[in-house]
Design a protein around this ligand. Sequence first.
Ligand SMILES: *[C@@H]1O[C@H](CO)[C@@H](O)[C@H](O)[C@H]1NC(C)=O
Ligand SMILES: *[C@@H]1O[C@H](CO)[C@@H](O)[C@H](O)[C@H]1NC(C)=O
Ligand SMILES: *[C@@H]1O[C@H](CO)[C@@H](O)[C@H](O)[C@H]1NC(C)=O
Length: 533
Amino acid sequence: MVMMIPTRIYRLTTLVFATTSFALSGPDSSDGFGPSLDSARENGPQIFNAVHNAMREFGSSLHHNGMSLFPGVIPEGVLLYHGTGSKEIPTGFEWLAFEIEHAEAFARCQVRLPESVDGNQSPGSSAFVMHPSPPDKPWRPKCPPNAGGGFLHIYQASRPLNILYIDGMAAGKTHMGTIDTQDILLATNRSRALFDELGRADGLCALARKWKIDGFIRMEPGFEIIYCDFRNGLRLVSANRRPPVEDPSEQDDLDILIFEWARAAAQRYQGIGSSRVVLDYSSMVSGFFYPINLTNPDPERPDLPRLVQASEAEIDVVREHVGDAVVRSVSSRKNPVDWQGVTDMIVTRYAKRLPFMAQTDSIDILRNEINGLLNIFIDYAEPDEGFSAARQRCAKFYLQSAHGRTLEDEFIYAGIERTTTEICTALFEVRKLVLEDPDADEGSAVEAIHQIIRDLMETLAWPEWKECGQCQPDELCFVAMWPFGNVEDHYNPSCVNFSSVLSRSNYWQDLPPQLSMERQLWEKDGEAGSEEL
Ligand SMILES: *[C@@H]1O[C@H](CO)[C@@H](O)[C@H](O)[C@H]1NC(C)=O
Ligand SMILES: *[C@@H]1O[C@H](CO)[C@@H](O)[C@H](O)[C@H]1NC(C)=O
Ligand SMILES: *[C@@H]1O[C@H](CO)[C@@H](O)[C@H](O)[C@H]1NC(C)=O
């Protein structure tokens, strides 16, 4: 039988909800370890992508090991959802979703999970699973006859909520690096059990109190908040009961439930929408700003950065930097530089043209494309040895409109400039091959150009090159989003139909053996009845 049910189906309470200014000198430890323009340049394309993909589900799924943190604000009035087994407003921290479908998946009948399932669960903490399903309809949630459904709480921000956004797939419980920034950098517990979400959230909320913020945004299929104090900053709009099980109002087809959840997340591929989160890019802090060795010890995945090689002393410096940036961001509320807008302007100018140039065999098309791209940077009346002035204008062009004021702005500037320098160097190289050597063999020129463009695209790794195009109404453009997605869905997202999402999950390592757990609970339930509710 296929292993299907995503981790979410059983829910460790944790698992979703039921779901200063450094203007002049940077943070520094005594031995001189600190953020640097050199590091920012070295990691330029990674910084570019972190900014470009921030709060965007698609790019953040592809680049799922986030190394960056962004302070931000959820404006007053934004609606947030919490699916749970209880009508009560949580007294401590809990999880909030930005999407209805995400929360509904947890507004269900739940049973208490035996302590043994998550060995490191702190004693007395509650952990729930969605009730195990009957074997004949494996994924149909089955509850005791009088159980009733769960509850869907709707909350509204009663003031601007200060959050720290942890980028990448930061709610993905894997050892692949998706939670490095939480466990190593923020909450400092390198031996945290993967599913010890209560401990993780507890550690994060201790930081939130110190830094005077309300919570943390993370991403899985859908963005969520670890909200640290439900009695502060939220207004309960409603806490309605879901239909009883076996009721015709019940959403009882798990294929569709999971598909629509994934599709709701897919609606946010290009952004959270409606200004529901406003990031302070000018206070972004990133591992990419630092001379930390971010090489993945897993030789199979050099594309995924890790924090595991950073020393405690280095981590302490970065954490302090994050804290200072958060505190400054919350207290100053200055208009941040729209760095994501800068990256968007760059991406939209080049993203379609590069693959066009990498595909075409026509030297005429290449000549026209390269002239169309580069003439804006050239003054044909002026001598410009080797086009070095033009190349510089090209690299700085979209940066002219950004006026930074923080140290972080300078690191972001350096990262983006390094990226545009890569682009412009490659394009002037191409120009040389197309225009400056009329006697060259056309075929080999085209081949050399294709190689230059392909290398450039590999360096840039923009998500735009993985988009599916239009999908049918019964499909979604599916990129692997923990805990869903096969290997091919990570490397080559495609339109996937509603009945296949649930069965795809082989991309993600460390998924717990849900199936056996489900069975175990079903059997336990069969003999003991459903006392847990
Ligand atoms: C780290 O997390 C584990 C459980 O995940 C816990 O047992 C341990 O006490 C934690 N260590 C610290 C220093 O908090
Ligand atoms: C970074 O770490 C990798 C893996 O441990 C190692 O091979 C590499 O030499 C290190 N790079 C530097 C610059 O220290
Ligand atoms: C959905 O896709 C799967 C895999 O491609 C295919 O086997 C199945 O027939 C499709 N189902 C429907 C209803 O189109």
